[in-house]
Design a protein around this ligand. Structure first.
Ligand SMILES: NC(=O)c1ccc[n+]([C@@H]2O[C@H](COP(=O)([O-])OP(=O)(O)OC[C@H]3O[C@@H](n4cnc5c(N)ncnc54)[C@H](OP(=O)(O)O)[C@@H]3O)[C@@H](O)[C@H]2O)c1
Length: 350
């Protein structure tokens, strides 16, 4: 029997997504007998939490891990609702003194379908680019949350940043690895400092990932001083549940065929499988050594033409990172004031 078992806590936002679930699988696989891991599954809805915990339990059985190696907890949070974000902090703060891993994986776009004419043109002129940097996904412009912020900005950047900022003491106590999931689409051209909340952009999803990169660049060194190691990763391209609704059986298999073709023709980013896509997020969380592995790059999940997975680093363009950080910190301070009376002790005896 193992004594001195070290208890660890991992929060994975959007655990029910293809990537989120595979991050959890790989994290469980990385466990040795000296550790006992609590996975905090997050979703906006309870049925999805139940579904994910069921899948994780099956995975633990499949791996033959001893009983009690993995514990499960859950958190309902909607990052487009600051009261919900504060509630998430309240729950985590109440339940955990230390958090060891925090994966910012949940994300959303404001998609409105596919420009099929544009898609066919892109596929015919450059099939690899068409399935690597697609520009035919139509995104609505100017969509705001009920909190009156850019919806995609709040969901993918501000909401998670605010939660992490409030959890600093737990992250410090757990010498945490914080992993932000970005994208290969996070190019500087998708973000303008004049439109911090991405309200004028027709590429708000890509812009939000650029903001993630810039926030990481602006904050990882300060966090390191507190013993928190933050990384930014990109999972390449893989099948996503959220886009199924725009595809039928023919377009779905057509897309898969193009993905495999792209990989055969040399695209290293076509991981296709969520498990391979989760390679970089779990690598930086469990294997990267902050003393030698620079944090000033984006760690990517890559796959060779014959399906072998590997990690590939790409440089991060830091232009504008301090302005972004300054803007978001100011917004956090505004929300600290707006939310200050939200949580009160209602159990005081009368
Ligand atoms: N698919 C790709 O090829 C690709 C490429 C590059 C980067 N990525 C990134 O990889 C990550 C996972 O992608 P995926 O395709 O696996 O995810 P997905 O299927 O699109 O699922 C999105 C996840 O985010 C959660 N979520 C969405 N909006 C939320 C909100 N407002 N508040 C809280 N949670 C919210 C959802 O949780 P519930 O619905 O359960 O609430 C769901 O688990 C994302 O960060 C994505 O940007 C994906």
């Amino acid at each position: 029997m193992t004594t001195n078992v070290r208890k660890e806590v991992a929060v994975i936002t959007g655990t029910n997504s293809n990537l989120g679930l595979n991050i959890a699988y790989r994290l469980i696989e990385s466990l040795d007998s000296s550790k006992r891991l609590t996975i905090v599954v997050t979703s906006r809805t309870l049925p999805r939490v139940r579904e994910v915990i069921g899948l994780l339990k099956k995975h633990v059985i499949k791996l033959n891990k001893p009983l009690g190696t993995v514990d499960y907890d859950y958190l309902l949070v909607d990052f487009t609702n600051m009261v919900s974000v504060l509630g998430a902090w309240y729950e985590l703060n109440k339940n955990y003194k230390a958090i060891n891993y925090f994966f910012v994986n949940a994300a959303q776009g404001v998609y409105d379908g596919i420009d099929w004419v544009g898609a066919v043109k892109e596929v015919c002129t450059n099939p690899i680019d068409a399935v690597t940097f697609p520009s035919y996904k139509i995104q609505r412009v100017g969509v705001k949350s009920k909190d009156d912020m850019g919806l995609v900005f709040q969901a993918n950047v501000f909401g998670p940043f605010y939660l992490l900022r409030k959890l600093l003491s737990q992250l410090e106590a757990g010498k945490a690895r914080v992993v932000w999931v970005s994208s290969i689409m996070a190019e500087p051209k998708y973000f303008s400092p004049k439109d911090m909340q991405l309200l004028e952009s027709n590429s708000s999803y890509e812009g939000s990932k650029r903001l993630v990169d810039l926030l990481h660049v602006a904050t990882y060194q300060e966090l390191k001083k507190r013993g928190i190691h933050q990384y930014v990763v990109q999972p390449g391209i893989f099948t996503s549940h959220s886009f199924y609704k725009y595809l039928n059986i023919f377009t779905y298999y057509g897309m898969l065929l193009l993905f495999y073709l792209a990989r055969l023709l040399g695209s290293k980013w076509h991981n296709i499988d969520g498990y391979k896509a989760a390679n970089a997020p779990v690598y930086v969380a469990t294997l990267a050594n902050p003393r030698f592995d620079t944090q000033n790059v984006k760690f990517g999940s890559a796959t060779s033409f014959d399906g072998m997975e590997f990690i590939e680093k790409t440089p991060l363009d830091p232009t504008g990172s301090s302005d972004v950080h300054h803007y978001i910190e100011k917004k956090c301070e505004e929300w600290d004031v707006k939310l200050k009376d939200q949580i009160s002790n209602t159990r005081v005896p009368i």
